[in-house]
Ligand binder design. Structure first.
Ligand code: NAD
Ligand code: UGA
Length: 473
């Protein structure tokens, strides 16, 4: 039996360790966190995160060979392998503010591992980190003469929220980076052996440490770049009567391009794309590669432009004012099938509409509590309404911000009847039947498609040009 510990019981630590516990019943897996409420939730019937299929995996393993605890020090002492899955947000202060990764939680963990270890350990970076962080980790761990050996490995996580269980069960690949020393390769084999219990060996890729760390940042940058690319084209489609879905289909059939991550939208959200690209930008600047930094920075800039453009389009289409108008936002989560609202486009849209003095009501099946918390003080100005019919009643407009399937199946005829006329729908996810909605009576605006309106549209070109892109420095 191997004692596996994971420090950090968040969106990655919890599901990842539950899957390891399920697939390796003879290993003991403990997940620790400083957040006692989170640990209590993992031990309860109401898990701290909503993720399809997660309940079953946790239920099958909890208190069998999966344990959650707040006793970080004790479990460090007992562990053979330690995965570190703490948060690595963007720095909000000091050097690299707004771009570099804030490594304070990471470094604290390293010191805690050192203090509480009496046996050699394999320490695995699960968090997403700047390239060469493992070197810093090694230096901290080996800075005292404890006569202990620590191998530091990189094993970045590629799961996406909403599909985490499927991604963990059948990953495209598992990536493990290690030092090319005898001891490093021995540690690498121990981690390979864990994943090999259920992942085909050819999908377990091993590399040097730095390639593994950097590949994670690059994977997210490439995925986000595809979304920004198609979103850039969506703006051109709206000017030219081309249809972005038709374009995505046409180019996606080219096997060199492929069909995935070409869904034009109100912009990408989530805790990682923006953070990881900004981190990549910071690294490039650090190494004096300003052109490379600028290239990647534009992926984020384009995303901010897309969100600003969406709101500007709403205001312009609704006769240049939304002040005092009830506007129903359908979707708070940053994507469907998750309760996570971190960096959700809904937050940006909601804040911008509040600035325009709109009366915002938001509906979501799972994410209203997190949205309330993320909005902070502005939450008092927003109505939180789980029922989309009630949310839309008396509204001038609906904006679809998350692609929850149930938003597609609503009775839009009944919704139309309950709304103020002329009634508007802004489909930020292109999930609705626009022709049908237009026939019902809605004025319909979708991403990257010609608007379908029942009156002569004001020329919005001039006004849309007012959209400002304010990239934080
Ligand atoms: P999270 O904020 O949900 O969880 C991190 C947890 O670590 C928190 O519960 C926090 O209390 C805990 N923590 C912080 N310092 C600690 C300490 N010293 N001791 C014990 N616990 C501590 O974050 P997350 O979404 O799980 O992301 C974790 C890492 O994984 C990040 O680097 C992220 O970039 C990366 N990642 C996230 C996803 C995702 O889908 N969320 C996917 C792939 C990679
Ligand atoms: C993303 C990556 O897909 C994961 O591989 C990675 O592990 C993870 O980031 C991470 O490092 O945190 P996630 O953010 O959970 O996963 O979800 P995605 O499916 O990638 O969606 C991200 C955002 O892009 C969402 O807001 C989604 O709605 C948007 N999106 C996605 C689009 O706008 N269009 C698309 O075609 C696809």
């Amino acid at each position: 039996m191997t004692n596996i510990l994971c420090i950090g019981a968040g969106y990655v630590g919890g599901p990842t360790m539950a899957m390891i516990a399920k697939k390796c019943p003879y290993h003991r897996v403990v997940v620790v966190d400083i957040n006692a409420a989170r640990i209590a939730a993992w031990q309860s019937d109401q898990l701290p995160i909503y993720e399809p299929g997660l309940d079953e995996v946790v239920r099958a393993t909890l208190n069998r060979n999966l344990f959650f605890s707040t006793e970080v020090d004790r479990h460090i002492a007992e562990a053979d392998i330690i995965f570190v899955s703490v948060n690595t947000p963007t720095k909000t202060f000091g050097q690299g503010k707004g771009r570099a990764a804030d490594l304070q939680y990471w470094e604290k963990t390293a010191r805690q591992i050192l203090e509480n270890s009496t046996t050699p350990k394999i320490v695995v970076e699960k968090s997403t980190l700047p390239v060469r962080t493992a070197e810093a980790m090694e230096r901290i761990l080996n800075s005292y003469d404890k006569d202990l050996h620590f191998d530091v490995l990189s094993n970045p996580e590629f799961l996406a929220e909403g599909t985490a269980i499927r991604d963990l069960e059948e990953p495209d690949r598992v990536l493990i980076g290690a030092r090319e020393t005898t001891s490093g390769q021995c540690a690498l084999q121990a981690i390979v052996d864990i994943y090999a219990q259920w992942v085909p060996r050819e999908r377990i890729i091993t590399t040097n440490l730095w390639s593994s760390e950097l590949a994670k940042l690059v994977a997210n940058a490439f995925l986000a770049q595809r979304i920004s690319s198609i979103n850039a084209i969506s703006a051109l489609c709206e000017k030219t009567e081309a249809d972005v879905n038709e374009i995505a289909h046409a180019i996606g059939l080219d096997s060199r391009i492929g069909p995935r991550f070409l869904g034009a939208s109100v912009g990408f959200g989530g805790s990682c794309f923006k953070k990881d690209i900004l981190n990549l930008v910071y690294l490039c600047e650090h190494y004096g590669l300003s052109e490379v930094a600028d290239y990647w920075a534009y992926v984020v800039k384009m995303n901010e432009y897309q969100q600003a453009r969406f709101v500007s389009n709403m205001v312009v289409s609704m006769f240049n004012t939304v002040a005092g108008k009830r506007i129903a936002l359908f979707g708070a989560a940053f994507k469907a099938h998750t309760s996570d609202t971190r960096e959700s486009p809904a937050l940006a849209v909601c804040r911008a509409l509040l600035e325009e003095h709109a009366k915002v009501v938001i509906s979501d099946p799972h994410a209203l509590d997190n949205f309330h918390a993320d909005l902070g003080a502005a939450a008092t100005q927003v109505i939180f309404e789980p029922d989309p019919y009630t949310a839309a009643s008396g509204a001038h407009a609906i904006a679809i911000l998350t692609e929850w399937p149930h938003f597609t199946d609503l009775d839009y005829k009944a919704i139309y009847q309950s709304m103020v006329k002329p009634a508007f729908i802004f489909d930020g996810r292109n999930i609705l039947d626009h022709q049908r909605l237009f026939k019902i009576g809605f004025n319909v605006y979708a991403i990257g498609k010609p608007a379908r309106v029942h009156f002569d549209e004001v020329s919005s070109t001039k006004l849309l040009d007012r959209v400002q892109i304010n990239l934080e420095e």
